[in-house]
Design a protein around this ligand. Structure first.
Ligand code: SF4
Ligand code: SF4
Length: 64
């Protein structure tokens, strides 16, 4: 789970969904829904969020 969306902070601006290169976030009803199986952990959504509602968690176990 590379990101966590804080739904109580989210203002549904769709900024995260529009910057995600792989379509891993979409608005369903009134909620942003994250699809972890699509996410490539780029961090773009967290940077784009104006409400600071996305917490980016770098992939666990990845060593350089
Ligand atoms: S980290 Fe990147 S790939 Fe994953 S949901 Fe955010 S923008 Fe999309
Ligand atoms: S960018 Fe942030 S505030 Fe906007 S829809 Fe995504 S999580 Fe919600």
């Amino acid at each position: 789970m590379p990101i966590e969306i804080n739904h109580s902070r989210c203002i549904q601006c769709i900024g995260c969904a529009s910057v995600c290169p792989v379509g891993a976030i979409e608005l369903i009803g009134l909620r942003m829904v994250f699809h972890p199986e699509k996410c490539i952990s780029c961090g773009a959504c967290a940077k784009a969020c104006p409400a600071n509602a996305i917490k980016f968690i770098p992939k666990a176990g990845v060593k350089k």
